[in-house]
Design a protein around this ligand. Sequence first.
Ligand code: ADP
Length: 320
Amino acid sequence: IKTIGVLTSGGDAPGMNAAIRAVVRTAINKGLKVKGIEKGYNGLINNEIVDMDKHSVSDIIQKGGTILYTARCLEFMTEEGVQKAVENCRKAGIDGMVVIGGDGSFRGAQKLAAHGINTIGVPGTIDLDIACTEYTIGFDTAVNTAMEAIDKIRDTSTSHERCSIIEVMGRNAGYIALWCGIANGAEDILLPERYDCDEQAIINHIIEGRKKGKKHHLIINAEGIGHSTGMARRIEAATGIETRATILGYMQRGGSPTCKDRMYASIMGSYAVDLLNEGKSNRLVAYKNGAFIDYDIDEALAMKKDINEYEFDVSNLLSR
Ligand code: ADP
């Protein structure tokens, strides 16, 4: 490997910049050249490829988002699109690639690897929904941002003796909801993996709480369940308690990454370059049982992940 490319793809996540910086600095310090590809796979197809040096990643470790921009690229889902991308890689002299993104992005990485570009994936998503790893870049910042916002909403909810439904992100996964649910001391935590659509149980829980003198009732709802506004309307009608829905939305994806996200992103970015240097391809960097490891992408994408049962039980015990 002489020249590696780096790109970010799919949804952005805080800490992606720290990962880009780690890839660039590690590669250059180990004698490789680095090119940055802008806007994910779009940039590979449209030749938006820039030379990167150590200076091009100065002053970015503390910044949210991604300096390489990110995008979803439909053309890359076609064989012609992949061909174009591979040709552009060859023209730019890129023989290794680091793809920072989620499961979708890794399916793209598989295609590059199958066409002879040594490709390594780094997990970057706030949703924590990548099966082979216990950690994804951006999750820690996102849960901290959401937790702080929920604390603020809780203050006004208590003052007005309201019920609050707060909808957090996570796509089809409930990790952000579970973590905030526990960390914010919510009365109900609704996870797509476990939700039984029993609104009456929530309503009963609110009424019981009110009888016991509770000043508020905090419900954390996951994006994968959604419909928070309708739920609030129905709960208010059934309980007579003023109920408001807040959808936190994109604020959870932005902001300066936490120490943990910067640290893990730095190690994972460096690790990806080491794998390329060892001649590896079609691998994913992961964190498991306290160690940084790597998996074959095909194997990793076939793995399944679920909410930790013990954490789920604890969340139920603490919300009652
Ligand atoms: P994430 O990486 O966060 O899961 P997406 O699922 O939107 O985000 O995927 C990001 C991009 O990865 C897509 O826009 C597309 O360019 C590429 N991609 C996803 N699936 C495939 C696939 N099966 N083949 C090739 N490229 C893919």
